[in-house]
Design a protein around this ligand. Structure first.
Ligand code: SF4
Length: 744
């Protein structure tokens, strides 16, 4: 299965210009829709596009140009997000009666407009009332001052916030005596951070996008860049012209990866680009077994880079011993692929001189997510693909700015610079700040919600995001948030988590967007490029810059210590970041659109030398995950993204595969075995919940299903998390039932 050879009919169909008749995004039509949606503020929309750093994914672009390719860099994700930045203020009384908004979906709430004034709702009140900034700060300051710092927590989302905001969030938290500060990267790449730091001594992409071009092979593991980083398809289109082979290791042959029409590239816009050269249909959670099979064959066929392994790594002998000991039938069962496919992959990379491995949440969102990353690193290092041109390992980021979150220290288990939380580092940071910094590890994002549920948080300061939609088990999350005496939500729009009843009081703080932010700001891309986005002045109601609000709240709690906080302007914040995080030195010199630098240069671990104690990469012979017993009639189900950005859903039907939001993607043979056809209704059930869905036939590994996230969240076990980083396992086992009269 899965070598991609189009039939004659498919080849003929591909001759249709602009993909007419194909399932594909209608880019030009959608652009017109975006223009119409922003018609009341088009000049400002244009300013954002032509001067701003994109607030979509973390590929990175300033204005219309990036640092990788010539020509235009623009995608529908960015255009769809524009409205968040151009919409007018929400009416001050829009939340006066929360009962009338119960059950309102987040899309409709978003269309209420921008949060424009501080609002407060106390227990027993029907809704929110406008209050002044002074009253809001006084109320928050008094409550925080009276709170044990271990009962105070901060969470920062990835919603376009800048490095300055992350930095101030962690500084405010530590100024107030807590390390309970975490960010949205916890829910996606925290296993990558843990595994890379332990293996390589670094926790970011070791190479640059430029290394994609002309490398022999680029492999995407559990990743769908056509949906999540759309302009990467343009990179791949150009890379293929230089001979790069593109490989997908994933349960689903993502349609956008199979074929994509790059709108800004004439030949691709006309006739499309076949992106993926080969697809390895690994079963959900089978990546570790798959890669052990690959290593087993690399070893047996003499395809490892022995000189690199000898000079630059430790632990290879254990890895290879484990691979040799694992029998092929066991690996086949766990990977969901025959041995021949594992050896084919090994031959492919074993004969390649250069390669780049890219991965995403299909790898990390498992209880063994960090081990999955370790196996990717083991395999790349077996070929010596580190620290040189056209080689590297890249945890690709889906949201702008998450790369900078932990680097700025907005992380429960890291100080600025990604330094471990311990006595020595706390003392050093405290010496720089002039106040005591706590030395204990804080609560990770999911642990904060669990602490709230146990009644162990008194103040929960949530910047953006929506726990009610992003975390498994929404009923549990709602109960947790409703137990916190003071909930603070700092955001640009309303989400339904804000409407949960107050235990005592809920305060909403209106934030400026990254573009409106005083003194501009910076974001760090997946390839470690720190990019400046200038202030594009606009005032919506009484919204304030997010970093300023954080400073104001901290100082409101301890006004007598204000002189210790500093950070009075955006520029002063950047100057401090440059001092506290030495590898960000240079950030203080960024001034205008296009100003950027790539910290530590194009390659980390140059020439294979890692910043570990002995300079070597430390490989791990990880355990094979326990094979989940899958009773007859049961399936692995994974959650997936459609046309959406995080929880912001932009279309009820995914234009890449025509799947409606209630689709359950299913292999055609699995469907036929149950006499199911396209559109038939089925029920997915496990002990966590029930999910009704319509069958959508798709090229998916047998025994696997996929449903949309966040709708499928109530099938997920919230207690299953990665040990290395704490990311929830957004997968489950489900029984599939066919209700009577199920056919459409
Ligand atoms: S690919 Fe990412 S960075 Fe580039 S325009 Fe689209 S959302 Fe923005």
């Amino acid at each position: 299965m899965s070598r991609l050879r189009p039939t004659l009919r498919q080849r003929l169909a591909r001759l249709s210009p602009f993909g007419i008749g194909h399932t594909k995004p209608k880019h030009f039509r959608d652009m017109l829709k975006v223009g119409w949606a922003n018609r009341d503020n088009l000049p400002y929309a244009w300013k954002i596009l032509s001067h701003g750093v994109c607030d979509g994914c973390a590929l990175g672009v300033a204005g219309f140009h990036d640092w990788t390719i010539k020509g235009t860099h623009l995608c529908m994700t960015r255009l769809n997000l524009l409205r968040l930045n151009t919409m007018p203020a929400m009416a001050a009384d829009a939340l006066a009666d929360v009962a009338t908004l119960r059950g309102t979906d987040n899309r409709t709430l978003r269309e209420l407009g921008r949060l424009a004034h501080p609002l407060r709702r106390r227990r027993g009140e029907a809704g929110f009332t406008r209050i002044t900034w002074d009253d809001a700060l006084a109320a928050m300051g008094a409550r925080i001052r009276a709170t044990d710092p271990r009962r105070l927590a901060f969470f920062v989302t990835s919603r376009g916030v800048t490095n300055e905001v992350y930095y101030l969030a962690q500084k405010a938290a530590r100024f107030l005596g807590t390390n309970h500060v975490d960010n949205a990267a916890r829910l996606c790449h925290s296993p990558s951070t843990a595994a890379m730091k332990q293996t390589l001594g670094v926790s970011a992409s070791t190479c640059s996008y430029a290394d994609w071009f002309g490398t022999d092979v680029i492999v995407f593991f559990g990743s769908n860049p056509a949906n999540d980083q759309p302009v990467s398809t343009k990179y791949l289109h150009l890379a293929k012209q230089q001979g790069t082979k593109v490989i997908l290791v994933n349960p689903y042959l993502e349609p956008g990866m199979e074929r994509y029409w790059v709108p800004s590239n004439l030949d691709s816009a006309l006739f499309g680009t076949d992106l993926v050269d080969d697809w390895f249909a690994v079963s959900q959670g089978g990546d570790i077994a798959f890669l052990y099979g690959v290593i087993k064959h690399l070893d047996a066929a003499g395809l490892t880079n022995e000189s690199f392994l000898t000079e630059h790594t430790a632990g290879w002998a254990d890895v290879v011993a484990r691979a040799r000991a694992l029998a092929w039938p066991l690996l086949e069962a766990a990977a969901g692929l025959p041995a021949g496919r594992m050896t084919a992959f090994a031959e492919l990379i074993g004969r390649a001189r250069t390669g780049v491995f890219v991965w995403s949440m299909g790898i990390t969102q498992h209880p063994w997510g960090a081990d999955g990353v370790r196996m990717i690193l083991n395999t790349a290092l077996a070929r010596g693909w580190l620290g040189r041109d056209k080689c590297g390992v890249m945890p690709i980021r889906g949201h702008s700015s998450v790369q900078g979150g932990a680097e700025m220290g907005a992380y429960a288990t890291a100080f600025p610079g990604g330094l471990a939380v311990n006595e020595q580092n706390a003392a050093a940071l405290g010496a720089q700040y002039g106040f005591e910094v706590p030395a204990w590890n804080g609560l990770a994002a999911t642990e904060m919600v669990e602490a709230a549920h146990r009644g162990e948080l008194d103040v929960f300061y949530v910047i953006g995001g929506n726990f009610l939609r992003t975390l498994p088990d929404p009923a549990y999350v709602a109960a947790a948030l409703e137990r916190v005496p003071l909930r603070i939500h700092q955001d640009i729009i309303v989400t339904d988590q804000m409407l949960l009843d107050p235990a005592d009081e809920v305060i909403l703080l209106p934030a400026k967007t990254r573009y409106e932010q005083d003194d501009g700001g910076t974001e760090t891309s997946t390839e470690r490029r720190v990019m400046f986005t200038p202030e594009l002045p606009r005032q919506v109601g009484e919204a304030r810059a997010e970093w300023k609000i954080l400073r104001d709240v901290a100082v409101a709690a301890y006004p007598e210590r204000e002189h210790l906080f500093g950070c009075t302007t955006g520029q002063v914040v950047r100057e401090e970041i440059a001092r506290v995080v030495p590898f960000y030195d240079g950030v203080q010199h960024l001034r205008t659109t296009g100003d950027a630098f790539q910290y530590m240069g194009p390659h980390l671990c140059a020439q294979g030398v890692c910043p570990t104690a002995d300079g070597r990469a430390h490989l791990s012979a990880v355990e094979l995950p326990p094979t989940a017993d899958r009773p007859a009639g049961w399936f692995h189900v994974s959650t997936r993204r459609g046309k959406q950005f995080n929880t912001l859903i932009y279309a009820e039907v995914d234009p890449l595969n025509n799947a409606p939001r209630d689709a359950v993607l299913m292999n055609d043979e699995d469907a036929a075995a149950r006499h199911l056809k396209q559109g038939d209704r089925v029920v997915l059930r496990n002990r966590h919940g029930i999910y009704e869905a319509r069958v959508h036939i798709a090229p998916l590994a047998r025994g696997n299903l996929q449903i949309h996230w966040p709708e499928g969240n109530h099938l997920i076990d919230r207690t299953r998390k990665d040990a290395g980083g704490g990311v929830p396992d957004y997968n489950a086992l489900v029984e599939l039932e066919v209700p009577a009269h199920a056919t459409k």
